[in-house]
Design a protein around this ligand. Structure first.
Ligand SMILES: *[C@@H]1O[C@H](CO)[C@@H](O)[C@H](O)[C@H]1NC(C)=O
Ligand SMILES: *[C@@H]1O[C@H](CO)[C@@H](O)[C@H](O)[C@H]1NC(C)=O
Ligand SMILES: *[C@@H]1O[C@H](CO)[C@@H](O)[C@H](O)[C@H]1NC(C)=O
Ligand SMILES: *[C@@H]1O[C@H](CO)[C@@H](O)[C@H](O)[C@H]1NC(C)=O
Ligand SMILES: *[C@@H]1O[C@H](CO)[C@@H](O)[C@H](O)[C@H]1NC(C)=O
Ligand SMILES: *[C@@H]1O[C@H](CO)[C@@H](O)[C@H](O)[C@H]1NC(C)=O
Length: 358
């Protein structure tokens, strides 16, 4: 828009001069230079609702009732901060006006209600080192969203990704452009697993996954991490399920120093181990063989008991004749006994009499 205004002004200006002055060509070239200067000044102008500090190269745009990203960022911008605006969608080339590249190094887009990031959204920003997209509510992210960010070293996506977007995020993070990424922050996104398909050929030094919904780190992930020894993973505030699924991770934690906040990891399941530090678990607690053996031994005990019971019942059944007889015998023995007793009782009913008689 500004460029258009410049051009129009230049045209009317030069036409007017041509009528008054015969040596138009000289004037045309002069006015062209002047108009060029004016245009440069216009391009340098601070975008509406933004504060510009040329000294530090910072352009800071906060709500101000304006939505969307500022379209005409000055060429000298090294840090652009946009906050509290209703951005909704980051379209292709949202910042680089008309294919011109900007030398910007820091781009902070936290808290702008960004929902959609289209492919090549950061086109024209090849020198951005730090990109902050935290505190948005991203529900769609194109696989090519981060294309062109070849010098990106730090990417922040704290509390920004809706859980169903994890797969898309994984595809977007696989972009070849991100080979320089050193730090990736994904705190507070309710992620259930590490959203990176692979760590091979990555330069990732710090992976921040605190405050997510990770219950276990599977064996594949442990192997990948083990192969990328320079990667550090932050995993506190995740609800770990301390069953034998955690075995590989447990030994990796014990044996490597790649998890700097290892001391803060806690079990959230099973009930009996809730709140227990992962580091305090014993080998048996996560031992699948042990767990299986225990289960097997209980089943085995049950079967043996059932068999004994069955055998007992069968013995009873098969010997029902003998048992009847035996019971009768007992009864008769009892009766005999009783009779003998009875008899003796009658006989000795009055011992005093007997004594007297004697
Ligand atoms: C944000 O912008 C979208 C369309 O661009 C609009 O539908 C929505 O109402 C806006 N939200 C706010 C809070 O201004
Ligand atoms: C971008 O290019 C289009 C035509 O390609 C032009 O109309 C527009 O004024 C240009 N905008 C800027 C900011 O240069
Ligand atoms: C993202 O979260 C991590 C962990 O809580 C924190 O260290 C980091 O400063 C956060 N990043 C931003 C940009 O807020
Ligand atoms: C953890 O993340 C949730 C969002 O998923 C957020 O509401 C909460 O404040 C975070 N907790 C901490 C301690 O940062
Ligand atoms: C981590 O595990 C998830 C879930 O199984 C898988 O999709 C992903 O590729 C694994 N990532 C790495 C780096 O091993
Ligand atoms: C522990 O790590 C060392 C090397 O770092 C490795 O040789 C060893 O096999 C590991 N032990 C276990 C139990 O994973």
């Amino acid at each position: 828009m500004l460029a258009g205004a410049c051009t129009r002004e230049y045209c009317t200006h030069s036409q007017r001069r041509e009528k008054m002055w015969p040596r138009a060509s000289v004037w045309r070239s002069w006015t062209a230079v002047l108009a060029g200067l004016a245009c440069v000044r216009a391009e340098d102008a601070c975008p509406p609702a933004c504060a510009c500090d040329r000294e530090s190269g910072t352009v800071s745009c906060r709500d101000g009732g304006v939505s969307g990203v500022p379209g005409d960022v000055p060429q000298w911008t090294s840090t652009l901060i946009v906050r509290g605006r209703n951005v909704t969608t980051l379209r292709r080339g949202a910042f680089g006006a008309n294919g011109t590249e900007l030398d910007m190094a820091t781009l902070s887009l936290a808290s702008n209600m960004i929902r959609v990031i289209e492919a090549d959204a950061f086109f024209g920003l090849p020198r951005v080192h730090m990109l902050d997209l935290s505190h948005n509510c991203i529900e769609f992210i194109s696989a090519g969203a981060f294309n062109g960010l070849v010098e990106l070293r730090m990417l922040c996506l704290n509390e920004s990704i809706l859980p169903q977007v994890a797969m898309q995020l994984s595809a977007a993070l696989a972009s070849k452009s991100l080979h320089n990424l050193h730090r990736l922050e994904l705190a507070g996104n309710r992620l259930r697993s590490i959203p990176l398909a692979s760590l091979d050929a990555s330069n990732l030094h710090q992976l921040v996954l605190v405050n997510n919904s990770i219950e276990t780190i599977n064996r594949d992930n442990v192997t990948s991490l083990g192969q990328q020894r320079r990667t550090r993973v932050y995993l506190s505030q995740n609800p770990f399920r301390c069953t034998c699924d955690l075995e590989a991770f447990y030994y990796w934690l014990k044996n490597s120093s790649q998890c700097p906040d290892a001391a803060l990891l806690r079990c959230s399941e099973p009930e009996a181990k809730r709140g227990l530090a992962l580091e305090k678990l014993r080998g048996e607690d996560v031992d699948c063989v042990n767990e299986n053996l225990e289960a097997v031994s209980y089943v085995f005990l049950g079967i043996v008991l059932a068999l004994i019971g069955l055998v007992f019942l069968m013995v009873l059944y098969l010997n029902r004749g003998g048992i009847k007889r035996w019971l009768n015998n007992i009864r008769e023995a009892c009766r005999d006994q009783m009779e003998v007793y009875h008899y003796r009782y009658e006989q000795d009913s009055d011992p005093r009499l007997a004594n007297v008689a004697v």
